[in-house]
Design a protein around this ligand. Structure first.
Ligand code: 5GP
Ligand code: ZN
Length: 113
């Protein structure tokens, strides 16, 4: 939380980010290391370590916010991913949903191990 969480520092404006959309409770910004032409991270401004440790009621407004992000960037086709825990590939322990898209194309899918 707070000082040692990189995404809390982004929320606080202590680390710069390329913001896409923001409201009182959520922030969307471009991933620093994109895996596709559109790679946005969507986070609650409140610190929760990951999906498993987030109260379920957070996800209803978060889903609405994600749809607004899609509208803002003008894509209808996209993939949402959240890595939960080290074994799930999580590196930053502040809940985030990866919003990934390839406008005008198709995202690949395949074996990850
Ligand atoms: P995870 O592996 O935890 O699901 O994803 C963490 C994501 O955060 C990675 O895709 C990584 O590129 C991104 N990331 C890490 N540090 C920063 C940063 O300082 N700024 C931005 N915009 N993205 C970051
Ligand atoms: Zn945090």
């Amino acid at each position: 939380m707070g000082n040692n969480c990189i995404f809390c520092q982004i929320v606080a404006g202590e680390i710069p980010s390329k913001k896409v959309l923001e409201d009182d409770n959520f922030l969307a910004f471009h991933d620093i290391n994109p895996v596709a032409p559109v790679h946005i991270l969507i986070i609650p401004k409140t610190h929760y370590p990951n999906f498993a440790q987030t109260p379920p009621e957070v996800f209803t407004p978060m889903a609405e916010f994600i749809k607004k992000v899609a509208e803002k960037v003008g894509v209808t086709d996209y993939r949402l991913i959240t890595n939960n825990g080290k074994g799930g590939g999580q590196e930053v322990f502040h809940l985030h949903i990866h919003f990934i898209a390839n406008p005008g194309g198709t995202l690949k899918w395949g074996k990850l191990v």
